[in-house]
Ligand binder design. Structure first.
Ligand code: FPP
Ligand code: MG
Length: 300
């Protein structure tokens, strides 16, 4: 099987896991459940749960609880996209080739669909405790919960989003340091959560988890720089969302601060280092290595 076929097969498996944990659309809260379902079912690369599963595979058997965390992280990612697209934030009408949640369901329902997904993510992750059969599995699950909470919150994605929102103000002084903080937190933190949770659940030791955290940071920052690059070089047809939105919003990006060529060089350097780390472990996961590398050539 070549990489592309393997990626499709694995993405399909991840998709099935995510779908399995989506709540039924019923009751007087049906409307919000529909909006949550709409946002999650819009597809997407399922990169975070995929990275989680593949990182776990690098270290061994992660147990049943892994699937709960895979769904949870995709729910958190999706909530962040719903809120990010809102008129008060980026005001985007398209995402993943479809109308954004607030365009279809209205702003009020979109806000609570994001809230609903965030809460349901933790409910889902907590179900991993029901599947833990040993003290050790229990401890690993608790550790994974800590990582998820921290990396998705103010010391992770939400913190990065805050710095990003402030950087957008006309009076803001955005340095390269601030921009790197934004990328490390807004984007890389959730990728770090995905990969370190996979490692922790599969029993990786502290040193290995720290290395995975570093590897994931590189992948996340490279991923975000590539996002900035694609906003300049991509198209609506390929990306499923309008390009030039960073320029339209006068947004300072890696590309505007460092230039296109330097940005491309950075993506390659970061991906290279990330793959280098993955190669240091006793077991190898060729698929994961290629996936990290492929971020360089990503077109959407
Ligand atoms: C695209 O991911 C998403 C990013 C590059 C991350 C952007 C981060 C935010 C919007 C965080 C917002 C935070 C809050 C608190 C609102 P992707 O290419 O994997 O998207 P896909 O799932 O559609 O493939
Ligand atoms: Mg946005």
């Amino acid at each position: 099987m070549n990489f592309k076929e393997e990626l499709e097969k694995k993405t399909g498996e991840v998709e099935a896991v995510v779908k399995r944990y989506l709540p039924a659309q019923e009751g007087y809260q049906r409307r919000v459940l529909e909006a949550m379902d709409y946002a999650v079912s819009a597809g997407g690369k399922r990169l975070r749960p995929l990275l989680m599963r593949e990182t776990a595979a690098l270290f061994g058997e992660a147990g049943e609880g892994l699937s709960c965390f895979m769904a949870a992280i995709e729910f958190i990612h999706t909530y962040s996209l719903i809120h990010d697209d809102l008129p008060a934030l980026d005001n985007d009408d398209y995402r993943r080739g479809r109308k954004t949640t607030h365009v279809v369901y209205g702003e009020d329902i979109a806000v609570i669909a994001g809230d609903g997904l965030l809460n349901y993510a933790y409910e889902t992750a907590l179900r991993a405790f029901d599947k833990a059969e040993t003290i050790e599995a229990y401890q690993r699950t608790a550790h994974a919960m800590h990582i998820l909470g921290r990396k998705a919150g103010v010391y992770g994605m939400v913190g990065g989003q805050c710095a990003d929102l402030l950087a957008d103000k006309p009076e803001a002084e955005v340095t390269k340091d601030v921009l790197l903080f934004i990328h490390k937190n807004k984007t890389a933190a959730l990728i770090q959560a995905a990969m370190t949770i996979g490692a922790v659940l599969a029993g990786a030791d502290e040193k290995a988890v720290a290395q995975i955290e570093r590897c994931a940071e590189n992948i996340g920052v490279a991923f975000q720089i590539q996002d900035d690059i694609l906003d300049v070089t991509g198209s609506l047809e390929v990306l499923g969302k309008p390009t030039g939105s960073d320029e339209k919003n006068h947004k300072l990006t890696y590309v505007t601060m460092h230039g296109l060529e330097e940005s491309k060089r950075q993506v390659e350097a970061l991906s290279g280092e990330a793959v280098g780390i993955l190669r240091t472990f006793p077991h190898r996961n060729a698929f994961l290595e290629t996936l990290a590398e492929q971020l360089i050539y990503r077109e959407k």
